[in-house]
Structures are given as C-alpha cells and as structure tokens.
Design a protein around this ligand. Structure first.
Ligand code: FDA
Length: 307
C-alpha cells in the first residue's frame, strides 16, 4: 500500500517534468510507450484504427499534448485537430476525437480556447464526428465545465468527462443535466489533494458506480471508461435490472489495455470504444499510466497484453 502510493506519486511527479518531456519528444515513443500510443503522426495511426474498427471496436483519437506557450501554438494545435477530423471522414473511420483544452489555449486566454473550439466543432459537425473534452486536473475543472456548457448550447456533437474522485462531481452531474450531456465517467488520473478528492480508493469506486447509475437513470447516453471488472460488471447488472438497452451506453478503454476484454465485450454486443493517443507528446500520458498501474507497462514492455 505504502509502496503503491510512493510509486504513484513518483510517476505523477515525473509526468510534470518539462525537461524530460522535451527530451522524450526527441526520442519518440520508447520504453514500451509504443505499445500504448498509436504513433507519432495521425497518418501512422490510421491503419491501426482501421484494424480496430475491423475487430468491431470503435475509437476515439487523442492528439497528445497539453501545454502550449502561445496563442499561435494553440491555433496550430486546433488546425491539426481539424485535419484529423477531415482524415477520419475521408477514410471512413469509425472514430471520435478527444482533446484537452490546455492544448487549445485554456491557460493563455479564454477567447483563444473558445475560438479554437468553435472552429473544431464546426468542422466536426460538418463531418459528423463527435468531440470529447478530456478532463484535466481539478484546478481546470470549473473552467472546463463552463466552456462545455456554453458550447453545448450550440453544438450537439460535444462530450466531456466527469471524474469520480472529485467531491464536486455529483453536483456537476446535476448542473449538467439540463444540457443533455454526453459524458465519459472515469475515476480520475491526476494527483489531487484531500481537500477536493476522495483520498480513499474504495470511495472513488463507489462514487463512480453512483455517477454511472445517476447519469443512466437521468436518461443520458453514457460512456463508462474503466478497465475495472467490478465497474464493468456493475454496469452490465444495472442495465439488466433497470432495462437500459445496450445502445444507451458504451464501455471505453485505453489502447493497449485489456485487449481481450475489449473484444469479448464487443462480441457480447456492447459498444466498446478504444482511446487511441498519438503524437510526439507521449511522455506525460505514459507517466500517468505508469502511476495508475505500473504492471500495465511491465506487460506492455513484454508485449503480453492478453488479458
Ligand atoms: P483502476 O486503475 O482503478 O484499477 C482497478 C482494477 O482494474 C485493478 O485493480 C485491476 O484489477 C483492473 N485493471 C486496471 N487496469 C488493468 C489492466 N490494464 N489490465 C488488467 N486489469 C486492469 N482520467 C482523467 O482524469 N481525465 C480523462 O479525461 C480521462 N479519460 C479517460 C479515457 C478513457 C477511455 C479511460 C479508460 C480512462 C480515462 N481516464 C481519464 C483515466 C481514468 O481516470 C483512470 O485513471 C484510469 O482509467 C484507471 O482507472 P480504472 O477504472 O481503469 O482502473
């Protein structure tokens, strides 16, 4: 338990190291990262998406990268995102897009991020592609949800994420209820203080179950993003008991994690979406996955992701 906490803190600390981040960009995905990242360019990821689609899995792609230093850089990221959406459409890929608001200028200026998001959503609407705003650390949660609510009044094709480790998430679900949200429910991946987040893992798990039930019973299509059998089994049982059909929710998992389970769920008739990150900014993503479960990476390195 103590070792687990130390290793989690260690990898989360490393995930924020900008020097290592810069070095990693030069190296390209290494140390097993290539098993959980779809490539450096989107073009490299296309055959992988085709293969996943062929196996009955849907996809959401994420161009890795969080922090930008200027409005110009944020606009470039936004252009890249629109190119990705066009390529998805041109290749007939069954894929949505996930993105982080910090990569579009959230920490620079709210006008910049709104302008970038509007352009992305116009393009996505034109090509019938759904966009989900990933949730970052708790200091950005309020701003992210405010932007989500504003954009959702104009664009149907927009989702975001709620993290069950935050105390606020239950009331966020109430606040979002009116805008018919498309939500991905997760446990949460960042290092948070006990002031804002449940310190106890079992409480995080219980809260995720609570949020899943609440959002589904509120009648909203829900993405349950977890590799945890207890969460998956809970959702299946709930759907049976409450007569919620399989087209009202989907399971989401990260690329390279629980591959066999992903395929089994798809065979059982559930929608399964694989979150496929790509780009040269793989370092922070890789470290957060290490923090969650170092075994993930040990498996990845050995290339034995059978279950
Ligand atoms: P958790 O790590 O709690 O593990 C619980 C149990 O599940 C383990 O004890 C083990 O039994 C099993 N398990 C977990 N991983 C396994 C594996 N690879 N193989 C076998 N068994 C395994 N976070 C965030 O803050 N913002 C976001 O926007 C997102 N977005 C997102 C999208 C998608 C598609 C996913 C899957 C996850 C996210 N996350 C996220 C990350 C999320 O918050 C969380 O940190 C991770 O999913 C880890 O939590 P789990 O519920 O998967 O299992």
């Amino acid at each position: 338990m103590v070792l687990e906490a130390i290793s989690k803190n260690f990898f989360l600390f490393l995930s924020n190291n900008r020097l290592l981040d810069r070095l990693a960009k030069k190296w390209g995905p290494k140390f097993g990262a290539d098993k959980i990242v779809g490539g450096v360019t989107f073009e490299e990821a296309v055959p992988l998406i085709q293969q996943l689609n062929h196996q009955g899995l849907q996809v959401t792609v994420d161009h890795l990268g969080e922090f930008v230093n200027s409005a110009k850089e944020a606009r470039n990221r936004s252009q890249e995102c629109m190119n990705t959406i066009r390529t998805i459409s041109e290749n007939g890929l069954n894929s949505e897009v996930s993105l982080k608001l910090t990569s579009l200028g959230l920490d620079i200026n709210e006008d910049v991020v709104m302008e970038n998001m509007e352009q992305i959503l116009e393009t996505a609407e034109k090509h019938d592609v759904i966009v989900t705003i990933d949730m970052e650390d708790s200091s950005r949660c309020e701003r992210t949800l405010e932007i989500y609510k504003r954009l959702k009044t104009k664009y149907y094709n927009l989702g975001t994420v709620i993290q069950s480790y935050l105390y606020r998430s239950d009331s966020d679900l109430d606040e979002l209820n009116e805008c018919n949200p498309y939500l991905r429910l997760v446990k949460g991946a960042y290092k948070e203080s006990g002031k804002v987040a449940f310190p106890d893992k079992s409480m995080v798990d219980d809260n995720l179950k609570h949020l899943i039930k609440k959002n589904l019973l509120n009648g909203h299509y829900t993405a349950i993003a977890s590799h945890d059998d207890k969460i998956i089994d809970f959702t299946k049982k709930l759907a049976e008991e409450e007569n919620i059909s399989k087209d009202r929710f989907e399971f989401q998992m990260l690329y390279g994690m629980r591959n066999q389970t992903q395929l089994e769920l798809a065979k059982e008739g559930y929608t399964v979406r694989v979150y496929l990150p790509y780009g040269d900014d793989w370092y922070g993503y890789f470290m957060r996955r290490m923090a969650e479960r170092p075994a993930n990476i040990a498996f990845a390195i050995k290339g034995v992701f059978s279950k």
